[in-house]
Design a protein. Structure first.
Lengths: 407, 407
DNA sequence: GTATTATGTTGCCCTAGCCAACAAAAAGAA
DNA sequence: TTCTTTTTGTTGGCTAGGGCAACATAATAC
């Protein structure tokens, strides 16, 4: 330590040397290909501003690395020599894991965004973290056997219904399952021998909708996701996911919007989660367990005055909550997922009216409310993005794991 | 249009060609120097990861451009040849403008962060935008005459107590002054012949505290600023300012936290701004106009039970509001400015207790509450950052205006 | 004074991206 | 068909910005 100089404040940006330029360009290209599915070389050229010959060089490096494939256009459009099409490869895959209170779901997703398999393993009520890890590891083992020999594994992404400390992949609190301070990441990593990345389910859903779904073309997004475990949220600010200091950011379900006395799953009262409760709806409809589809049918076909009032109360509470998020984030789009879509479909006009009442005119004037588009694949696609992210950041440097273990 | 390809989704990142590398490196260096005041060449070397010789080359280009100066260390520390010190130059300046309901404040700030002059011009009640522009332009003209001949002007930054559409520098709504849809930026730009950048006052304050004040070393920040015009807010997410789609983001004062019936300055009820009101305090202390310092003395020296209750109510409301922001942003630090500092100083323990009650344990465990550090210079320093930002982004490309007009 | 350590300076090298020329593949016009 | 026009891929050489190594310089340590 030569000088007691503060580590040069938050100018995160490092200098670029030549290698970083190459790395950056490879990364930008691969990201574009990953997000857009299949793109022509010519559109990559115009989008990046790089030279034709440079694109050619970079793409062939990505081909050699196994991340992308090139093919000729099947339907040339316009004059001129048709541009070669570049697609993300299905060779590179990631596993997704979603532990819930009654089941654990495991899936395989390719870098091209295809969900190859999913497997839902029912669990005894309130599984321990160790149970879930074991279930997941076993399923991954089986799914891995089904992969082709030349496929490469980027890692495992885990979506947790609870708060996750992302720096060390520890589940801080998953209230529904009763998990406290569980090192889920290192447990699963040890069990599978693969790199594991853990994050909150709603944050992951937000990222998925932002990358591939209803928020695809926006940089300012608010996302609300309601499942059986309460209401989670996420936000995209300036094109990047809101994470916060430790990764707990985006807990939009736990924001106080009123004086209610019932508490939410985390013990807070007056929050959005405490006022918009799936269980209350199930109870009113005299249902026990129900899928979102079943509940949606009930809500859509509702005739009783009593349940109508409940639904409207929930819509109003949701609108009040969203209006706060509009004032805070000034988003371009608000994406609703889980059974919140049913509320939106029931009376979108009422919801929007409520949002406009509680929000500043300027902030609300251009906002759009949408339902999520990814449906049941939401968390599978989203969780896979976690390991993929590392690959996309530095394609040439990241070492992938071969699908079949060496003996 | 060869192919109907969507403009290649939100991968904002362009490719880097060689010129961009140079530009980027110059920008990174100048930002570090601007934020840290004076730094040694050796610390620039280690912070950027670039080679000694490269730093030498880049710094001398910045010297030649007039942005920085080099000097020898006055007090060498440690073994080895002492490193040259690099400082931001006072040659480059920006003007700051802060229109308020009863006065307009204008200042000159150098790239090194020195506030050379400030000028507070009292205004008749409820000045029109044109009045404020004229006052500001006149003051800028005068201040400009006092500059040295070789000084360079980066532009003008304006802090508005209201909502600003940043894309075209239009004041959407400044409720206290009654401005609606005023093109303040283009008006002032026309009057001065300088580039003008307009933004919300609280957002600007947030940026200033994040760059130079209480939040200097953090990347996740929530900022609350209470002046005579209500409560404004700002947030730093992942090291960059939250702006939202149009620039209205960060309106933390207008977030609903309770059922109160009194309305805030924007007509919303139950919001933080409607519950924590400066006027209520002034009224309780039987004061009319008062500076923050005067009010602070009254609050600190308070003995009456009645006013104590009011103060505590406000602290509690503030705590409730902040707890929501903690859940949303999971910040490292919360910075309070304006008379909110007085509330913090009055009973910090009570405030923190309230925050912890309303927030998730995990999100709140490491959060720190602080008073702002920049005091009366907050908005002057902050507003100047707007024009400086453009310079810092591309030092070699941005054309600056000479201090003395050519005849 | 000498050794050690850290930094500034200089000249040369290396490589990633650019450029220009040419080839190839489509559409349009004769 | 044939020729032109337009767009893209390919190739070889060029260029500039950052790395590197050797040397000079200025501080501390002994």
């Amino acid at each position: 330590m030569s000088k007691p100089i503060t580590p040069l404040q938050r100018t995160g940006a490092r200098g670029s040397n030549r290698d970083l330029v190459r790395q950056h360009n490879l990364s930008v290209l691969l990201q574009m290909i990953h997000l857009n599915g299949t793109v022509s070389r010519s559109s990559l050229t115009s989008a990046t501003g790089l030279n034709r010959s440079t694109i050619s060089d970079l793409v062939s490096e990505l081909v050699q690395l196994g991340f992308v494939t090139e093919s000729e256009t099947d339907s040339p459009t316009g004059v001129g020599r048709p541009s070669l099409m570049v697609s993300a490869s299905n060779r590179v895959v990631a596993f997704s894991v979603h532990p819930e209170v009654d089941a654990t779901t495991i899936g395989v997703v390719t870098l091209a965004g295809n969900v190859l398999h999913t497997k839902r393993v029912p669990m005894p009520r309130h599984p321990s973290a160790a149970d879930s890890v074991q279930t997941a590891a076993k399923a991954i083992e089986e799914l891995r056997e089904e992969l082709d020999k030349d496929q490469l594994i980027a890692g495992v992404g885990v979506a947790i219904p609870g708060q996750v400390r992302v720096e060390d992949n520890v589940v801080r609190l998953a209230p529904q399952m009763g998990w406290i301070e569980e090192p889920f990441g290192s447990m699963l990593s040890q069990a599978t021998g693969l790199p594991v990345f853990v994050d909150n389910d709603a944050s992951i859903g937000c990222m998925a909708e932002a990358n591939f779904g209803a928020a695809k073309d926006f940089t300012e997004v608010v996302f609300l996701y309601a499942g059986s475990g309460g209401i989670g949220g996420g936000a995209i600010v300036n094109g990047t996911q809101l994470r916060g200091a430790s990764g707990y950011g985006g807990e939009l379900g736990h924001v106080r919007i009123g004086e209610g006395s019932t508490k939410d799953y985390s013990g807070l009262s007056g929050t959005l989660e405490s006022l918009v409760r799936r269980d209350d709806l199930l109870h009113a409809f005299k249902m026990f367990a129900a899928t979102d589809e079943e509940l949606d049918l009930e809500i859509a076909g509702n005739k009783s005055a009593k349940t109508q009032k409940l639904i409207e109360q929930q819509i109003d509470a949701l609108g009040t909550g969203i209006s706060s998020y509009v004032n805070i984030f000034n988003p371009e789009v608000i994406v609703l997922a889980g059974f919140l879509t049913s509320l939106l479909n029931y009376d979108a006009e009422r919801l929007v009216r409520n949002i406009k009442t509680g929000a500043l005119n300027a902030s609300a004037e251009r906002v759009v409310v949408r339902a999520g588009e990814l449906g049941p694949n939401l968390l599978m696609i989203g969780a896979a993005e976690l390991p993929f992210h590392r690959v996309l950041e530095s394609p040439a440097e990241t070492k992938l794991v071969s699908a079949h273990k060496k003996r």
